[in-house]
Design a protein around this ligand. Structure first.
Ligand code: NAD
Length: 527
């Protein structure tokens, strides 16, 4: 049963070396004193061209005065040192993006489409190496990293297609001597600030739409995961994206406040697109107010997962597993609050516990058998640990897991007898914890589900078609999974309501976030 007990597998001593072998860059980490799976050397073996460590500004690789380390969250080992940009580099990037905007917006939609398509194809060609970078810096299992790269590339493909379908309107005028047209035009320079949990896809989901319509961008990736962003920059060069159109300014947590402020207040920036926590989103919204910038905010979630008596219990268990444990519970759409109707509660809990025993395996993300990598850092582990301690102190029962392991690893945990006063029901977990709350009626479940200041995703399992409509319409979220635990795709709109943010990404709507509508009144006509 304890296939996820990693305690005995963690390294006692780690030594690492980074060297070039032909055109490949190889980081070799050797684990000593280990009884088992992490004992053999772990290699990060990627094309040297893709392992970029300097900022990318105006088509050039730029060093900053200092560097900051990027760590493998599974081991704490340093993977690379990356240029630590300050406000000077950020300003250079904004200036370059502004200059490039006036050229890029004048490319035809077809020309921009062709370049985005080329970028998409290059990403697909290098998918394996790009996935290795994600696993190394973010910790997720390779299979998930490959999945993220497919998802990431798909936004460039999708928006290369959408680029050519940006239409305006011709509107019937109220005066006979006039014609009215609504023109769609790019907003300008967009500052793009992204989180570590999808180091590649959160960038392309924004940048694909921005570039498609003629905007240029400055990307500030999360301090934990700048390598994926810089690898995208390398491929943008190979794709022929002109200098200044796509800029990347990595920086440490220490420099984030100043760099973030510059990117969100500089008058040359017209648009801020942010994905990350609600707390940070609120800071950026305040920054945006000073110069009244357009904003898109993809913020935190606290997804309910409701299992009604009418559900197919096996499908509900499968949905719970995929919706909770992807990226070890570190996605904004991960289910957080599990509400299970009294008639199905015990059967659901028993089968879920068995599925956790059978399917979850902790380890380094590069190990093929691993399904659960580390959390991003020890702070993230402490948050889950505190939520468990708080719940247990108030009467919750640990059904599986419950323990913090060494480093950034946390046992996948199942709690029963949970109530809505507990911390895990009131704040986003961002870790592998399933708290089960028993309820009796549909109204009760909806009241609990909607009693949250955020509303990103929500899930429920039911085979009653009337209930499916009722609950879908009443759930206060931007995305609903009905009998489905994994719902993100490029073609559909991604985004939340309430304090989960504003705006939509992906789908035909994602492109609108980067467009202004200009009304043209052509008057004085003799018709
Ligand atoms: P975070 O808010 O701490 O960081 C996100 C980004 O913002 C990072 O690049 C960080 O460096 C930057 N940042 C932090 N403080 C800043 C400041 N004052 N000024 C400018 N930039 C600043 O979030 P995180 O911990 O990296 O990500 C996890 C959060 O992101 C979770 O709440 C999760 O739900 C949310 N998220 C949302 C979505 C979505 O699409 N809605 C997707 C992924 C993650």
């Amino acid at each position: 049963m304890l296939c996820f007990n990693l305690q005995s597998y963690l390294p006692v001593l780690i030594m690492g070396s980074l060297y070039l072998s032909g055109s490949r860059c190889i980081l070799r980490q050797v684990f000593f004193g280990l009884p088992s799976m992490l004992q053999r050397p772990y290699s990060l073996d990627v094309s040297a061209q893709l392992l970029r460590t300097r900022a990318f500004i105006d088509g050039r690789w730029v060093s900053a005065a200092s560097t900051f380390p990027v760590l493998d969250p599974a081991t704490g080992e340093e993977i690379a040192k990356v240029s630590d940009c300050g406000t000077m580099e950020a300003q250079d990037a904004v200036n370059a993006a502004y200059k490039a905007f006036h050229l890029w917006k004048n490319h035809t939609a077809k020309e921009r489409s062709i370049l985005l398509r080329k970028w998409f194809e290059l990403i697909n060609q290098h998918k394996e190496d790009l996935a290795k970078l994600i696993t190394a810096e973010c910790g997720k299992p390779m299979k998930e990293s490959i999945g993220e790269m497919t998802y990431s590339a798909s936004f460039l493909e999708w928006f290369s297609e959408e680029a050519r379908r940006v239409y305006g309107d011709i509107v019937a005028p109220s005066a006979k001597d006039r014609k009215i047209l609504l023109l769609k035009q790019p907003v300008g320079v967009a500052s793009i600030i992204t989180p570590w949990n999808f180091p590649s896809a959160m960038i392309t989901r924004k940048v694909g739409a921005a570039l498609a319509v003629g905007c240029t961008v400055v990307v500030k990736p999360a301090e934990n995961t700048p390598l994926s962003a810089l690898a995208l920059a390398e491929l943008s060069v190979q794709a022929g994206i002109p200098p200044g159109v796509f800029n990347v300014v990595p920086c440490s947590r220490e420099k984030t406040l100043a760099v973030g402020e510059l990117l969100c207040t500089d008058p040359l920036v017209a648009k801020i697109s942010f994905t990350g926590s609600t707390a940070t989103g609120k800071i950026l919204l305040r920054h945006a107010a000073g110069t009244v910038k357009r904003v898109s905010m993809e913020l935190g979630g606290h997804a309910p997962f409701i299992v009604f008596d009418s559900a197919d219990v096996d499908k509900a268990v499968a949905g719970a597993m995929v919706s909770k444990f992807r990226n070890s519970g570190q996605t904004c759409v991960c289910s957080n609050r599990f509400l299970v109707q009294s008639g199905i509660h015990d059967a659901f809990m028993e089968k879920l516990a068995k599925a956790m025993d059978a399917e979850l395996k902790l380890g380094h993300g590069s190990e093929p058998a691993t399904t659960q990598g580390p959390l991003i850092n020890t702070r993230a582990v402490e948050k889950v640990e505190n939520q468990i301690a708080d719940a247990v102190a108030q009467g919750a029962v640990i059904v599986r897991g419950g323990k913090r392991l060494e480093g950034s690893f946390m046992q996948p945990t199942l709690l029963s007898n949970v109530n809505t006063d507990m911390q895990c029901m009131r704040e986003e977990t961002f870790g592998p914890l399933i708290p089960l709350v028993k309820f009796n009626t549909e109204q009760e479940a909806l009241a609990i589900a909607n009693a949250s200041p955020v509303g990103l995703a929500g899930y429920f399992y039911s085979r009653d078609i009337s209930q499916i409509w009722r609950v879908t319409e009443q759930m206060e979220v931007g995305m609903v999974g009905v009998n489905e635990g994994l719902i993100s795709t490029t073609e559909t709109s991604f985004g939340g309501i309430k304090q989960s943010g504003m705006g939509r990404e992906g789908s035909k709507y994602g492109i609108d976030e980067y467009l202004e509508i200009k009304y043209m009144c052509l008057g004085g006509l003799s018709l």
